[in-house]
Each structure stands twice: as structure tokens, then as C-alpha cells.
Design a binder for this molecule. Structure first.
Ligand code: JHZ
Ligand code: ZN
Length: 406
């Protein structure tokens, strides 16, 4: 095993979440008796470049060919995509001749926002079911994994891209050097490549261990990211911190020497990373301890609540919820069901725990005592829309606030 950024074999294992099923492999009712494939979920830290990464790489086709996660199940994410598209169109003065390519385009949620501006749009996504949905919306989608070859084909057929976006997909890519070469092939000289993903600083500071699953191969800090682009024709010229998904960053990339780089913003993030000693093993050791502590705290709470015969259910069937529940050995005896707004997940069962997934309405007819907020990154949206339920006395358990009950 070598570091996916600097190729060093000086990797240090700091946290194991055990063997787990794939977090987005929801199960059909009739398949519950079948054995689920499980894979190690182990985090490594590269002592040379500081990159945090998974030890084991699951064949991507197993995870992404039939994909049930859609960003459009959350209003907050749609709003975010709307803001992102507006900002990029405005900043680059993009017109109808310009091409926007979204990598990991999913059901076309982001490109739908760009569509409003009349620019040319193109999606790239390996998921067969989601590419079909995007095509039905009128979004041409190349149904494949992005790489240099695909980039070359796009450039030849559609021309160079003024805007290339990759939101929550960069961390899923095994060969990131090949991916970056694809961007070098595709990006116009005056174009921008914008990447978004969860930020290592928030991940470590808030012990967001549930965001570890087999899809997430990389847990980026700015320092290794700068290393990644070092020997390329591209440069990072700005980075914005965002609150989304428990703390993410938006990274702006373009061809080298195309204007003023916002070093101040980038340096501030690097300084923060150094002040947290993310270039040493210390914070990772602490993280592993915190993970164990969080499991203990939750198990204790669960025991107390169940001892008092409370009915406990879950809100959301996010991938991260499955890491959380499976790491804490939670079963359908502990949590009766979860509800989720994604139509494709409803009627299925969670991987590992086999907890059933229902429509969000179920909690209104059923009125549980406690709801654990598995999709804690959308706390505002979910707590607001369930205000009436809370008035009736239903309590929410907030994992991201040390399991506070609200
Ligand atoms: P959400 C996915 O992770 C997978 P997940 C992926 N690997 C990734 O990187 C991140 O996204 C970004 C539901 N929900 O977005 C919808 C409600 O039911 O946190 C979703 O199933 N009601 C690409 O799966 C889930 O919660 C609501 O009101 O961890 C949220 O999933 C809202 C707001 C959401 O991502
Ligand atoms: Zn490295």
C-alpha cells in the first residue's frame, strides 16, 4: 500500500472501524438472508505528505454502478448547488457557447441549476440508474468513470470546458493523479475546475468518524492537496471554507499563472492545519480514542432509553448512518426503523443492521419517543420541518452535539 498522493509507503494505521458492508448497498426484503460482503474500514496517515486515506480500495463498480444516493433528496443541497452555479456563471461571464462539465453528476442535480443559464452542459457518472434519470431531464451524461481518456473524448467532441465541477466525488477517486491529468486535458485556458469535499480539520476536530466508508478513499487537508497539484499544469488559486456536511472546502483550480492567487486564504488554512499538528501522529491517535468514546457514550444512552421502553427510530438513511450504526453494533431491535426522503431507499433495509427504511410520513402516524438524527449534517432543515412533532414531545438525539437530546 502506498500513499495515493506522494507514493510513499510510510503509512501509519491509526483507526479501524472493523469490517463493514458497503454503506450505500441497501438491501431488498428478499435478500436479507443473503451474506453481505464486508470490507476492512481502516484509516492511514502518510508520514511524508500528511494525507489521510483508507487502507483498502473496494472495486468502484461494486459501489457506484447502481447508486441510490441522490443529492436532490435535500433542499439544503439543492440551494447549495444553486448558489454554486450562479457564482461560477457570474465569475466567469459564461455564455451559451461555454461548456460546463460536472464529474460525478449523479441525477443531474447540479447541472439542472446550470441549465437555467443556457450554457452547454454535460455530465459524467458511472451509475447506470442515475445516468438514465439525468438523461430523462435532458442532461447528456457519459455513463462512465472520469479519466484522461474520457476527458480527451469530451474535448474532441464538445470542445474544452470553461467550468468543470466535482462535488463530493474527488475523495472517491483512487487514482487521483490520473483524474487530475484528465482535468488538464479538459479544462480551457481561461476555465476553472471547482472541487468540493469534507475538510480534514473538521473531521478530526469534531470526530466525524461516521463519514468514513469505503467510498471515501481520501480525507483531504490543504497541505497534501497542494502537493497533489505541484507537478501539474494546474494550480489552486483560492479555497473557501463551507459549513456543508459538517465542514467542507471549495477548492478553485485553473491553469498555472492566470492571475492573482489568494495566498492569504490558502496560507490561513495551512496555518490552522499546522497549529492542530495535523502533520504529526498526535491528533490521529486522539481521534481514534474519541471514536471509541463516542461509541461508549451512544451505547450507554441507548441502553438507558431502551430500559425505559422507549421507541427509538432514526432520521435519514445516509451512508454515514450505516457506518455509525454498524460500528456501534446497532440492530433493528434497538432502532425500529429509519425514515428517508429518497424514494429509491424507501422499502429497502439498511446494510448490516437490516433496519427497515420508510417514507418520512411514518413518524407522524407512528409518533416514536426518540429519533436519532443520522443525517446530522442537515440538522437545521430536518429540525425545522419537524417542529410540530417536537412540540408533541418527540425528542431528537443529536450525534454531532455529543448526543444532546432536543
Ligand atoms: P447525505 C452521500 O453521503 C454519499 P450520505 C457521498 N459519498 C457523499 O460524499 C456525500 O453524500 C456528500 C435524507 N434526508 O447527503 C436524504 C431526509 O430523509 O448526508 C439522504 O438519504 N430528509 C456521495 O449518504 C440523507 O438524509 C431530509 O429532510 O452520508 C442525507 O444524506 C433531508 C435533508 C435528508 O449523504
Ligand atoms: Zn503521502
Amino acid at each position: 500500500m502506498e500513499c495515493r498522493v506522494c507514493k510513499s509507503s510510510n503509512l501509519y494505521e491509526f483507526c479501524s472501524l472493523g469490517d463493514q458492508p458497503l454503506a450505500n448497498s441497501f438491501i431488498r426484503k428478499d435478500d436479507r438472508a443473503k451474506k453481505e460482503p464486508k470490507f476492512h474500514l481502516i484509516l492511514n496517515y502518510c508520514a511524508r505528505c500528511g494525507m489521510v486515506q483508507l487502507n483498502d480500495v473496494v472495486p468502484p463498480k461494486l459501489m457506484f454502478e447502481n447508486y441510490l444516493y441522490i443529492p436532490s433528496a435535500s433542499q439544503t443541497r439543492i440551494k447549495h448547488f444553486n448558489e454554486l452555479s450562479e457564482m461560477l456563471i457570474r465569475s466567469l461571464h459564461a455564455t451559451e457557447d461555454d461548456l460546463v462539465v460536472d464529474i460525478g453528476s449523479n441525477d443531474g442535480s447540479l447541472l439542472e441549476q446550470f441549465m437555467k443559464f443556457g450554457v452547454r452542459i454535460l455530465g459524467v457518472d458511472p451509475s447506470v440508474n442515475l445516468a438514465k434519470i439525468a438523461e430523462l431531464k435532458g442532461i447528456t451524461t457519459i455513463n462512465d468513470f472520469f479519466n484522461r481518456k474520457i476527458a480527451g473524448k469530451i474535448a474532441k467532441k464538445y470542445g474544452m470546458a470553461k467550468i468543470v465541477t466535482a462535488t463530493n466525488v474527488f475523495a472517491h477517486v483512487n487514482d487521483i493523479h490520473e483524474f487530475v491529468k484528465g482535468i488538464e486535458t479538459l479544462l480551457a485556458d481561461d476555465g476553472w475546475f471547482v472541487i468540493e469535499f469534507p475538510y480534514l480539520v473538521d473531521f478530526i476536530e469534531n470526530c466525524e468518524f461516521d463519514t468514513v466508508y469505503h467510498e471515501h478513499l481520501s480525507y483531504f487537508a490543504v497541505r497534501p492537496l497542494l502537493t497533489l497539484f505541484e507537478n501539474t499544469t494546474l494550480e489552486i488559486f483560492s479555497i473557501k471554507k463551507m459549513g456543508l456536511d459538517g465542514g467542507s472546502i471549495r477548492v478553485f483550480v485553473r491553469k498555472k499563472s492566470k492571475g492573482a492567487t489568494q495566498y492569504h486564504e490558502i496560507n490561513k488554512l495551512v496555518e490552522k492545519e499546522l497549529s492542530l499538528k495535523l502533520n504529526t501522529r498526535e491528533p490521529y491517535r486522539r481521534f481514534a480514542k474519541d471514536v471509541l468514546e463516542r461509541k461508549r457514550t451512544f451505547k450507554k444512552l441507548l441502553k438507558t432509553l431502551r430500559g425505559k421502553k422507549n421507541k427509538i427510530v432514526g432520521y435519514g438513511a445516509p451512508a454515514k448512518g450505516n457506518t455509525f450504526l454498524n460500528y456501534c453494533n446497532v440492530s433493528a431491535d434497538d432502532i425500529a426503523y429509519v425514515v428517508d426522503s429518497t424514494p429509491y431507499k424507501q422499502g429497502l433495509f439498511l446494510p448490516g443492521s437490516h433496519i427497515p427504511i420508510y417514507h418520512e410520513n411514518k413518524i407522524y402516524s407512528d409518533t416514536p419517543d426518540y429519533i436519532i438524527l443520522l443525517a446530522w449534517n442537515f440538522a437545521d432543515e430536518i429540525m425545522n420541518k419537524n417542529a410540530s412533532l417536537r412540540k408533541k414531545g418527540v425528542k431528537f438525539i443529536l450525534p454531532h452535539e455529543d448526543f444532546r437530546i432536543a
